[in-house]
Design a protein around this ligand. Structure first.
Ligand code: ASP
Length: 308
């Protein structure tokens, strides 16, 4: 019987090194893994990844759910996706503003509808009709950051290449990370889930990789992956699908994952992405070409924190 195992990540990027911030992030990842492991005692890999991602969405510390970043208009819009090997199905939502936990809505899309991806107002309406908890709106610290960015624009400080400079500013100021989880259960079934507020000051209407099957997440009967980073590159490369396929045929999970990461980097450059991947045997690995990608692994009684 396979040993249940789970890995979670808190997003690839530049992470502040102050101990308080890192401590908070590590605490959230640990809680997510503990929750996932508890669920895996009796539940499925799907239950485990959804519950683990919910913990991270609720934390307000990471860029998903309650902690989501804002777009150029100052609004939160979120993307999330989930996939389960038992059914071979996926569900995702993009550009949603209503739910506190987009990953739960993504699961409903997979389980209650005939579709894979629902977007915008219609997906929000479904969330409210299903009685999902409502998103509280951007956190105070996110609003402050947005206000500062807007003032910088008004002062003409960042007229050119505003988008990329603002993202760098955002990333350097405090940790925000997309979240993801991958798990294998006692029956050897695998699941992946990813959830994000997207990138700071994205254009309203922009959808990233997180709700795109094969890009931000992927799971089949031999592996599952969740990606993070510059969504546009991840979509073009199908990063999660490639990670899963590489690991499926590999003797060494780490080596296979690093090979995919190196190929991605050769195409899109450094500081662009990362992913976690787990195989049927519960072997997990986090690969990234950014300064850091906090991730955590749990199996049996053991929890390991990595990537910082
Ligand atoms: N991949 C996410 C997006 O592009 C952002 C991230 O992972 O930080 O929306």
């Amino acid at each position: 019987m396979p040993t249940p195992a789970i890995a979670v990540h808190g997003g690839a990027g530049r992470w502040e090194r102050d101990p308080e911030t890192l401590g908070r992030v590590q605490q959230v990842l640990r809680e997510a893994v503990e929750t996932g492991l508890r669920v895996l005692n009796s539940g499925s890999a799907l239950d485990a990844v959804v519950e683990a991602v919910k913990v991270m969405e609720d934390s307000g510390v990471l860029n998903a759910g309650v902690g989501s970043t804002v777009d150029l208009s100052g609004s939160v819009s979120m993307d999330a996706g989930v996939m389960y090997s038992r059914t071979g199905r996926a569900g995702a939502v993009a550009y949603v503003k209503y739910p506190r936990n987009p990953v739960v809505l993504a699961r409903y899309v997979m389980e209650l509808t005939d579709h894979v991806l629902l977007v915008g107002d219609a997906a929000d309406l479904l969330a409210s009709r299903l009685g999902l908890e409502r998103h509280p709106g951007p956190l105070e610290r996110v609003r402050r950051m947005y206000g500062e960015a807007v003032q910088r624009i008004a002062r003409g400080e960042v007229p050119q290449r505003f988008y990329s400079r603002s993202i760098s500013l955002w990333l350097s100021k405090f940790p925000t990370g997309t979240v993801g989880a991958v798990a294998v259960d006692r029956e050897g079934e695998l699941a992946a889930a990813t959830s994000t507020g997207g990138v700071f000051l994205k254009m309203p209407g922009r959808v990233g990789d997180s709700p795109i099957v094969g890009a931000g997440f992927y799971a089949n009967r031999c592996a599952a992956a969740s990606a993070t980073g510059i969504g546009e590159f991840i979509i073009l490369y199908h990063l999660s699908l490639r990670a899963v396929e590489a690991v499926c045929n590999a003797l060494d999970v780490a080596e296979a994952a690093e090979r995919v990461m190196a190929d991605f980097t050769s195409r899109f450059g450094r500081d662009t992405a990362g992913f976690i991947v787990i195989d049927r045997l519960g072997r997990a690995y986090g690969a990234y070409n950014t300064q850091a990608m906090p991730w955590a692994y749990g199996a049996g009684g053991r929890i390991e924190l990595r990537g910082l």
